[in-house]
Design a protein around this ligand. Sequence first.
Ligand SMILES: [Zn+2]
Length: 459
Amino acid sequence: MRTLIRGGTVATAAGIFPADVLIEGETIARVGAGLGAEAQRVFDARGKYVLPGGIDVHTHLDMPLGEIVTADDFESGTVAAAHGGTTTVVDFAVQTPGQPLREAWETWMRKAEGKAAVDYGFHLIVTDLPPARLVEMDVLVAEGVTTFKLFMAYPGRLMVDDATIYRALRRAAGNGGLVLMHAENGGVIEELVRRALAEGKTAPRWHAATRPAAAEAEAVHRSIALAELAGAPVYIVHVSCAEAVEEIAAARGRGARVLGETCPQYLFLSEERYDAPGFEGAKYVMSPPLRPRPGQERLWRALAAGELQVVATDHCPFRMRDQKSLGRGDFSRIPGGAPGIETRMSLLLDGGVRAGRISLERFVEVTATAPARIFGLHPRKGVIAPGSDADLVVWDLDREHTWSAATHHMRVDYNPYEGMVVRGVPELVLSRGSPVVEGGRFVGRPGAGRFLKRAPRSD
Ligand SMILES: [Zn+2]
């Protein structure tokens, strides 16, 4: 089947130009003027922008947390992603302590099988890495699971010690893997939480007060030091504050191999949300927490200047009704995380590009091209070029949309951006040449998404 997207303006990380895009089967055949007299299917993109599909490298679909599980599985989560203009997700498989790494990956493969509507890959969250298990990292890299996330927070559940982090970094330095760090000082935070609860401070707002920016900045600093000791690059997930950005910027300035990701919630929402009446603040309980508004401009500057490379979502949805509510009377029991897989692209187009904080090319870079490159999906994903997968989104950048839990596609009963009006709506979303969303309707098929075997680092 030959498909033509005709008359649009193509925007890539490298430039913006009017062009037709001709698709043959699942891949892009040509990009240029006056193509495709013989196409069987033609989409009119006049007045619209044609962008690479978004790549969200930080999602938690169907993830257990104690007795509960995140509200989106691989079907609802990827359908919501597609509605928002995202056509690739890289989710986190979680190793339970003592479990072989491969077994954890296979568990998540089964969760996605037959459900994912767009292509997907996996990182592995490592909770237990004795020296004898290091070889399992090599095996996973060979299978296309090339990235390993470690936690400096959540003692007793996910946190690992510095020796474990160093071991993982050393191994990744040699096998082409990449270590992702959740950088918050879990020991200090636990102490602060204990003290707050002992003083009767139980409301959601104390979640933020007990996870100060300094605890994040310290862990970012330590991550970078450990990576340098190990001779490995390191990728810091969900950078939330100016203090952490300064650590990354300074390290990059002296040549350290550190990459940073931030998320829309840290760019658009701030700590006053925790002062919402009653238990409403629980909607924004996530780690790191929302920060003071002035620091957001530093995050934007870092994104524009390349000190941060990626915007992902940390989509980790829990319902207010019966999941977040478990933490009434004790903020430390509120399941941490918020939905965002659907809202990322339009928020950033509106509040980033339209607002003049980043260029449209930079938008494509941080939402698709850089994630593809860093995570071993380039040039298959993240670009509009002959031979690449035809994961394309036709955006109407003039059309308005109001975000609301009543109309979003994430299977969760609130939206952190409720009532926010954005300009920029994905009119047509293609995954490997097939429409998955057209005119706001899902026209794809759960199960059509394929596992992406990612390439090891080539630096
Ligand atoms: Zn996460």
